[in-house]
Ligand binder design. Sequence first.
Ligand SMILES: [Zn+2]
Length: 101
Amino acid sequence: MEWKPSEKEEEYFARLEFEKRKKQEAEKHAKLAADEKKRLKELHFMRCPKCGMELIEIDYKGIKVDKCSECEGIWLDAGELEAISKFEKSSLDKLFSVFRK
Ligand SMILES: [Zn+2]
């Protein structure tokens, strides 16, 4: 006798198949997002967020200050503004004198 799946079973397997493919698509999207993030990072790393030119990194008292080679904007990494705000005035003056022309 031939085995014939009941309607309920067919529904169950169709749902399983759908869930499986939905998961595969979600993984594909996550990978696309990760690839795009990687691409953007490669494109923008150590570039000025305003003009796109290269940043020059200067290490001063353990703080890496990035200064744009074109528009002269100064960029700080996370936590660095807070660290700099705790500098004494003389250290702050020295930090800025590094960039002075
Ligand atoms: Zn710039």
